[in-house]
Structure formats: C-alpha cells, structure tokens
Design a protein around this ligand. Structure first.
Ligand SMILES: C[S@@+](CC[C@H](N)C(=O)[O-])C[C@H]1O[C@@H](n2cnc3c(N)ncnc32)[C@H](O)[C@@H]1O
Length: 234
C-alpha cells in the first residue's frame, strides 16, 4: 500500500508542470517568454486535454505564449465550435494564475454555416465560471461586450468564417472599435493558396497591416498548415 502511494506521488510530481510565470524581460519592448516552461505545460497539461488538432504544437505554443506575455483580462473569441480554444485559454489562465475571462461566441442555431457545431457547441467549456458562451455574430457581440470594460487588457481570437471578406471585416472592426486589443488569428498559413485552403485570413491580414502601418507587430507560425498569427502591441 505504501509503495503504491509513493508511486502515485511520484507520478503526480512527474505530471505537474511549473506554475512559474513564463514572461521574460517584461519591462522591455520585445516579446519574450520562457519556451521550456511553456513546453512543459503544453506537454503535461494541454495535450492530454486538447490534443494537437486543430492546433498543432507550434500553435499551442503561440496561444500560451500570447496569454502569458500579454496577460489579457478579457479574451473575445469566435467561433466557439466545441470549445477547444476557449478551454485552452481557460487552462492557461488557471495554471499560470492570470485572472482572465473568456467570452466565446458562435453563430445562432438557425444560422447556416458549414462548420456550425449544432448540439456540440461549447461542450469542452460547459460549467466553467470564467468562460461565458454567446450565440451571435462574433464581431458584433465582442464589440458590445468590450464597451463594458474598454480599459481591460484585451485579446481577440479570430477563428470563425475563414473567407477573405469575413476576416477583413473582423480585423477592421477590431481595429476601429477595440484599438488596444491584441489579435490572434487561425488558419493564416501563407502557402494556403498553394494548398487550396483558407487563403482568406492571410490576405486579409496583409491588407489590414498595409492600411495601418506600424500599429501591430507580427508573429506567425509559418512551417505549415493551418498556421496562426499574432498581431500585438507592447
Ligand atoms: C473552425 S471552427 C472554430 C474552432 C474552435 N475555435 C475550437 O477551438 O473548437 C469555426 C467556427 O466559427 C463559427 N463561425 C463562423 N462565422 C462566425 C461568426 N460570424 N461569428 C461567430 N462564429 C462564427 C462556426 O459556426 C464554427 O463553429
């Protein structure tokens, strides 16, 4: 019995990831995190919970790094789908003790969209107090909520409809109505055109950056699909 307890204790210690803040040189204008701390958390906590689909390791790394370094108090994300990204943001906040609330939005039940989750909507975040689900257009709902706390540090995660026009409208709307927000976008791989998949987000980002030079710095995972891009202001 004592041996079993010792083995269980050892396994628990092995699986526990450090809660040390991965942010580095926070007084500096450069983005830096401790990638070993973040990798440890991803391997031990996130992958067992969320797997590597649709967010492969490099994208999980960018999601965790963005939350740890930018420390948002509110995250607006769409679409919810099954709630995987919302759950990832919740887990990062909980683990690294970053107080944040995730507002996750998907389309109403009567909307026609090929990826609408129907009855599976948000099942990975059901019952979590720091995650609230909404059914509306993501941008419209996020702007309405943002106006309650415009001074909060804000992260927007855009992972809804991946058409060029949709992402362009969403990014322009964020810039106009949530000027202090940092923005993370999914499906942004620049070679998507060759792969015949989701070229919209990449092109929309290029056009928005050209129209607002100097507003954001850019960090992307660009080794392959699906790709993720962070537009940030430090
Ligand atoms: C690729 S899935 C998102 C995956 C999700 N982030 C996750 O981690 O499970 C795209 C989702 O965006 C939703 N969607 C599409 N257009 C939207 C819009 N304008 N507002 C809110 N949600 C939208 C779709 O219904 C679908 O559930």
């Amino acid at each position: 019995m004592r041996l079993i307890k010792r083995l269980a204790g050892g396994l628990k210690r092995f699986a526990s990831a450090s809660r040390e803040d991965p942010s580095i040189n926070t007084g500096c204008s450069e983005f830096e995190v401790n990638n070993w701390l973040i990798s440890d958390f991803i391997v031990k906590k996130l992958v067992p919970l969320a797997g590597i689909h649709p967010y492969p390791l490099a994208e999980l790394n960018l999601m965790v790094a963005a939350v740890c370094r930018l420390k948002p108090q509110q995250i607006f994300e769409w679409g919810t789908n099954i709630g995987k990204s919302a759950r990832i943001f919740h887990e990062v906040g909980k683990h690294f003790r970053i107080p944040l609330h995730v507002h996750s939005i998907d389309l109403p039940d009567d909307a026609e969209h090929g990826e609408h989750p129907r009855s599976d909507r948000g099942y990975m975040v059901k019952g979590l107090r720091d995650v609230t689900l909404y059914q509306a257009d993501g941008l419209v709902q996020a702007i309405e909520l943002y106006q309650n706390n415009p001074g909060y540090k804000t992260l927007v995660f855009i992972d809804g409809d991946h058409g060029y026009e949709s992402v362009l409208r969403e990014l322009q709307g964020v810039i106009k109505s949530m000027p202090n927000a940092n923005v993370l976008l999914h499906d942004t791989f620049f070679q998507s055109a060759l792969a015949g998949y989701n070229v919209g987000p990449f092109n929309a980002i290029q056009d928005v950056l050209a129209a607002s030079p100097g507003k954001y710095r850019v960090m992307s995972t660009n080794t392959g699909l699906p790709g993720m891009t962070l537009l940030y202001q430090l």
